[in-house]
Design a protein around this ligand. Structure first.
Ligand SMILES: *[C@@H]1O[C@H](CO)[C@@H](O)[C@H](O)[C@H]1NC(C)=O
Ligand SMILES: *[C@@H]1O[C@H](CO)[C@@H](O)[C@H](O)[C@H]1NC(C)=O
Ligand SMILES: *[C@@H]1O[C@H](CO)[C@@H](O)[C@H](O)[C@H]1NC(C)=O
Ligand SMILES: *[C@@H]1O[C@H](CO)[C@@H](O)[C@H](O)[C@H]1NC(C)=O
Ligand SMILES: *[C@@H]1O[C@H](CO)[C@@H](O)[C@H](O)[C@H]1NC(C)=O
Ligand SMILES: *[C@@H]1O[C@H](CO)[C@@H](O)[C@H](O)[C@H]1NC(C)=O
Length: 380
């Protein structure tokens, strides 16, 4: 499972056209993600980009910026923010959590998606994506948008599991192997689940947004169980299941179970824009036991993490300029950095902690709200 080549040398903007050529030659293999913890620090870092709402690029206006910022502001500001962040954080994986494009304002949905994701591809970073509720509102259907995404360069996104009847488009999992040359080199030490949380209810008697369906929960349960069996049963046997992270677009109703006293970040929207019914995915994750944190977008003005029944529920906060936001409140993104445990012998082992912070699109890409989301308990 080789890592992608070249990506450690970060390009400058002026080299970008040249780099695109390199990418075409050395693109990552599909399917087998080849994701792995880094030897130097024993870390794996994920950048979550929520709600890019990309449309037509330079001609697409910005919303909710200060009057002085209006002139010359477009989708290209969203692109510039993404390039700055990728250079500053140099993540091991970029995850686009839906509403990647704003279909309604995109003349050509495929071109819009290409432009939205372009910075990750140009920088040779592996990336994953799920759909939001706006991606399909342009020239491509939901199925069409996902088919386009899985055909793009360096993507680790997949259409759906093979041989499984499942609702939605873009339900898949990724495995992150331990450090090369260690005992866990061939085991998935960190599991990532990606789900399509739908767009809108299609049941006339139920209003509002979509939800994760029973077929998706069944797939998640089965996958989680198999991963846990492999980790604790296969050699070298591990005492506890490998921790998991889940990424999807629409928040679960349980995001509403917090007040400012028990979350880190802000809740500035009147409500949580979850589906109006609870399809039970939170309980399913609690029962499965491996997922330690779930990450969503959708509500651009909420950016908090709160812990409920052992699972951290996190927003990323709105990333883009062509969608609602708040003038004077910086656009932002969430970083998750997973850290491995080091044995007395110096060898990297399984997971020690999951850490997070957010980065703001201001002059210094200010880091805020750093916190530990999960830590291996000392008695295990
Ligand atoms: C958008 O980008 C332009 C060109 O770089 C810049 O002058 C402007 O300040 C940016 N606007 C915002 C809101 O960041
Ligand atoms: C985007 O679409 C909305 C809703 O159709 C429309 O009101 C708005 O004018 C469009 N914006 C642009 C920049 O085309
Ligand atoms: C992992 O797999 C590689 C390739 O099959 C093998 O050479 C190596 O010994 C394996 N490592 C462990 C710790 O099992
Ligand atoms: C668990 O291991 C088996 C045997 O190697 C493999 O076929 C299966 O795909 C693994 N499960 C997952 C979810 O990766
Ligand atoms: C979340 O809040 C709802 C409504 O108050 C409550 O019914 C539910 O039990 C809470 N969930 C958990 C896991 O505490
Ligand atoms: C958060 O705090 C509020 C108010 O103290 C309480 O009602 C709620 O149950 C707490 N939620 C969680 C998830 O701890």
């Amino acid at each position: 499972m080789p890592r992608l080549g070249f990506r450690r040398s970060l390009p400058s903007l002026s080299l970008m056209p040249l780099l695109v050529l390199f990418v075409a030659v050395g693109a990552a293999g599909k399917g087998d993600g080849g994701l792995r913890f880094q030897r130097e620090g024993g870390t794996f870092k994920v950048l979550q980009v929520a709600d890019m709402h990309y449309a037509d690029g330079r001609s697409t206006r910005c919303r909710d910026v200060l009057p002085a910022q209006r002139a010359g502001c477009s989708d290209l500001n969203t692109t510039a923010f993404l390039y700055r962040l990728l250079r500053a954080e140099d993540p091991d994986l970029v995850v686009f959590t839906g509403d990647n494009i704003f279909g309604e304002n995109s003349t050509d949905a495929a071109k819009s998606m290409d432009a939205a994701i372009a910075p990750a591809i140009a920088m040779k970073l592996p990336w994953a994506a799920v759909l939001g509720n706006h991606d399909q509102e342009g020239t491509l259907s939901r199925e069409g948008v996902m088919r386009h995404l899985v055909g793009m360069k360096n993507t680790l996104a997949r259409f759906n599991p093979q041989g499984v009847e499942i609702d939605g488009y873009g339900n898949y999992n990724l495995e992150v192997a331990g450090v090369e040359g260690t005992l866990l080199a061939n085991k998935s030490v960190l599991n990532m689940y990606f789900l399509d949380s739908g767009d809108y209810s299609t049941v006339p008697s139920i209003r509002g947004y979509g939800w994760i369906k029973a077929s998706q929960e069944a797939w998640f349960r089965q996958t989680s169980s198999s991963l846990q069996q492999n980790y604790t049963g296969g050699q070298p046997r591990q005492k506890e299941p490998a921790p998991g992270l889940a990424y999807f677009h629409i928040p679960l109703p349980e995001f509403n179970n917090f007040t400012a006293s028990n979350f880190t970040g802000v809740k500035q929207e009147k409500g949580i824009s979850s589906a109006s019914i609870n399809s039970g995915f939170f309980n399913t994750m609690v029962e499965a036991g491996d997922v330690k944190a779930a990450f969503v977008g959708h509500d651009h003005l909420n950016d908090f993490c709160g812990k409920l029944t052992g699972i951290q529920l996190c927003y990323a906060g709105g990333f883009c300029y062509h969608a609602y936001g708040m003038a004077g409140w910086s656009r932002r993104a969430r970083v998750v950095s997973v850290q491995l445990e080091k044995a007395a012998s110096g060898e990297w082992q399984g997971m020690k902690s999951i850490n997070t912070w957010k980065r703001l699109d201001d002059q210094h890409l200010t880091t805020i709200d750093s916190e530990v989301l999960w830590k291996r308990s000392s008695n295990s």
